[in-house]
Ligand binder design. Structure first.
Ligand code: NDP
Length: 247
């Protein structure tokens, strides 16, 4: 149990990629961190070990965000372990390595994208809306692909457009609690999600699309989230595009 009133952050999908870096960044900023994962238990344990080795506090909690009961359990575990929840980062997300055009998208692909990216985000938002401390912070994850409108990304981008809309509306619903709700929309960022299934040439071409002519690194996105969760912020209900200028 947290006896020092240390602030507590839940990062969904924190076993790998952006979430793993972000969990370590928030721990370095003084939060006790719940490192959520779906399948990568060993990777989540490594993130917790790195945080503890640096003097921070963390715990790994398995929950598929698409499962509302599991997400309720995730918040229960955070409160049981650390006593409160101040920050939710809804980072967990999926994007299939092969992105079919609408005409070729099967039901299973559509349903899983919606289940994880949209319902998963909603599941955690509902818990946060009920259980976050006054003055809490919520950051959702969209994508710059929403603005790029690239063929093949229709369903993935649609789930993230919906996340941007929920972000804006939830910010208004939480009036009176001093809770901000924002989203970050990364551009192409060097993680498994972006790199898997692409040739070096494709990666190079997509990286060069941004005026800064490089891929994002997980640290670039963690820095943006750290800005959005800091106390006293005035940014609320917005989507912040951290993307090297790609859109
Ligand atoms: P990665 O694929 O590298 O990592 C995804 C993380 O999410 C893993 O820790 C994974 O955990 C977790 N996860 C996946 N499904 C679930 C689930 N059902 N329940 C709980 N956790 C889950 O992705 P990124 O780090 O690149 O992506 C993070 C976020 O950023 C996503 O929302 C993505 O859409 C968004 N984004 C990424 C971009 C990029 O270029 N990388 C660009 C724009 C947006 P486990 O391994 O345990 O399953």
């Amino acid at each position: 149990m947290n006896t020092t009133q240390q602030q507590v952050a839940i990062v969904t999908g924190a076993s790998r990629g952006i979430g793993a870096t972000l969990a370590q960044r928030l721990a370095a900023d003084g939060y006790a961190v719940i490192v959520n994962y779906a399948g990568s238990a060993a990777e989540a344990a490594k993130v917790v070990a790195a945080i503890e080795a640096a003097g921070g506090q963390a715990a790994a909690v398995q929950a598929d965000v698409a499962d509302s009961a599991a997400v309720r359990g995730l918040f229960d575990a955070a409160i049981e372990r650390f006593g409160r929840v101040d920050v939710l980062v809804n980072n967990a997300g999926i994007m299939p390595p092969a992105l079919p055009h609408v005409a070729d998208t099967d039901d299973a692909t559509f349903d899983r994208l919606v289940a994880v990216n949209l319902k998963g985000t909603f599941n955690a938002l509902r818990e946060a809306a009920q259980r976050l401390q006054q003055g809490g912070r919520i950051v959702n994850f969209s994508t710059s692909v929403v603005g790029l409108a690239l063929p093949g990304y229709a369903v993935y981008a649609a789930t993230k457009s919906a996340v941007e809309t929920m972000t804006n509306i939830l910010a208004k619903e939480l009036r009176g609690k001093q809770i901000t709700v924002n989203a970050v929309a990364p551009g192409p960022t060097a993680t498994d999600l972006f790199l898997n299934g692409k040739s070096d040439e494709q990666v190079e071409r997509l990286a060069k699309m941004a005026p800064l002519e490089r891929l994002g690194e997980p640290d670039d996105i963690a820095e943006t989230v750290a800005f959005l969760v800091r106390p006293g912020g005035w940014v609320n209900g917005q989507t912040l595009r951290a993307n090297g200028g790609i859109v």
